[in-house]
Design a protein around this ligand. Structure first.
Ligand code: FAD
Length: 372
């Protein structure tokens, strides 16, 4: 048996690493185990949008949680860069949700009634700000706070900062089982040996369904495959993210434009298909016609972890206070990572929690809402 840790985290994607960072900052001894390299699951496939307003429709606890997480990125940018010297590439120039018809404009304008920071921009204003947007639009909803980050840089910055604060990270170490010992601790069994921990956090994304079953929970986790492509072109000029009909163009700080993403339910393959990429090209062209002459750089796919109602599970095992879950972040794991990290930290440290968040993300909640 190897050294004992206060907390063992299964999964080194952005969620596991965010939790590891927050715990390490409190002086807690943390072990993160990843079956691969860490940060190479869904995290590496994500476009990195922080789309609280663009993704979530209701002004409920989930939305408030997402907004807090989005704001937290401004603190993390400085904190993580000072510690790890890694720039998380936070860009906060906002997003345009385009309307191609008067009816679409009417629907988008309704959101302004609920959120005072949102603005309606006429076609003329949009084209003045973003000359490469199609002139077939009738206008756009401007969402100033929905920026983006580089998910792989955020994950690496969490991981390096956590390590500098004392956390241990082991790659290529898949956890096969979690067993409680007679002394009320947990053995995490891997092909590389067993690890003893006082508490365990399950944060292995779409693969956490395996542990739900093993730990007697009747909740499930399904993959929703998403395909993306990236292009580059000196002639292209875009500051804000564009969004239309489930398709987006994110202008990354390094000159790339990421176009995403398909939604294919129950597909475990991580290879992009020709049909998927073709559908993205067909959707993106009417948004920004000049993109078709850009240089194609890359295509990829990843698996969004989707819970039974599309909301994440963030909380404790209903019958075992020392087992925590942080998975099922579906389309918004990058957005939700900062707040997931602080929520699990506070649960572990028994700090006061927002009851609405506990209820919204509990494993025993009533699963009523359907996914988008
Ligand atoms: C195409 C696409 C676009 C997206 N765009 C966005 C976006 O713009 N904004 C946004 O907020 N979200 C986006 N998402 C969603 C986001 O990527 C996910 O919600 C998020 O990455 C989930 O993070 P995670 O750490 O839970 O999972 P992952 O990143 O998948 O990490 C899980 C880790 O667990 C490891 N693991 C698995 N099994 C084991 C085991 N038994 N033992 C140890 N380790 C194990 C894996 O190797 C992996 O590293 C997108 C997703 C996709 C696919």
């Amino acid at each position: 048996m190897q050294k004992q840790y206060d907390v063992g985290i299964v999964g080194g994607g952005i969620i596991g690493q965010s939790i590891a960072y927050q715990l390490a900052k409190e002086g807690i001894s943390v072990l993160v185990l990843d079956s691969h390299k860490g940060g190479t699951g869904a995290t590496s496939a994500a476009a990195g949008m922080l789309g609280a307003n663009s993704e979530l429709e209701n002004n409920d606890a989930f939305f408030q949680f997402a907004k807090e997480s989005q704001r937290h990125y401004h603190i993390l940018r400085d904190e993580l860069s000072e510690l790890s010297q890694i720039n998380i590439q936070l860009v906060d120039k906002g997003m345009y949700k385009l309307a191609m018809t008067e009816n679409e404009a009417k629907v988008l304008k309704k959101a302004i009634e609920d959120y005072e920071t949102l603005e309606w921009h006429t076609k003329e204003t949009v084209l003045q700000n973003e000359p490469h947007v199609s002139d077939l639009i009738v206008g756009a909803l401007f969402i100033p706070e929905d920026g983006h980050v580089s998910p792989t840089h955020v994950c690496a910055a969490f991981s390096k900062s956590a390590s500098l604060l004392g956390a241990t990270f082991k790659e290529n170490t898949p956890v096969h089982s979690i067993k409680k010992t007679a002394a009320n601790e947990y053995t995490l069994s891997t092909p590389q040996g067993d690890y003893l921990c006082s508490k365990v956090v399950i944060a292995n994304g779409v693969w956490s369904g395996h542990f739900f079953k093993q730990l007697g929970l009747e909740v499930s986790m399904k993959p929703v495959k998403g395909e993306c492509l990236s292009v580059q072109g000196d002639h292209l000029n875009l500051e804000k993210t564009l969004f239309y009909d489930h398709c987006y163009i994110v202008p990354k700080g390094d000159g790339r434009f990421v176009v995403g993403a398909t939604m294919i339910e129950d597909d475990w393959s991580t290879t992009p298909s020709l049909g998927g990429i073709q559908s993205l090209i067909e959707k993106v062209t009417p948004m920004m016609p000049s993109i078709t002459s850009a240089k194609l750089l890359d295509t990829w796919a990843g698996l969004r972890p989707q819970s039974d109602d599309g909301k994440p599970y963030i909380g404790q095992h209903p019958e075992d206070d020392n087992i925590y879950f942080a998975s099922g972040h579906y389309r918004n794991g990058i957005l939700l990572a900062p707040k997931t990290g602080t929520m699990i930290r506070d649960l572990i440290l028994k700090r006061k929690q927002n009851d609405e968040y506990i209820h919204a993300f509990s494993l025993t909640r009533k699963l009523t809402q359907t996914t988008r």
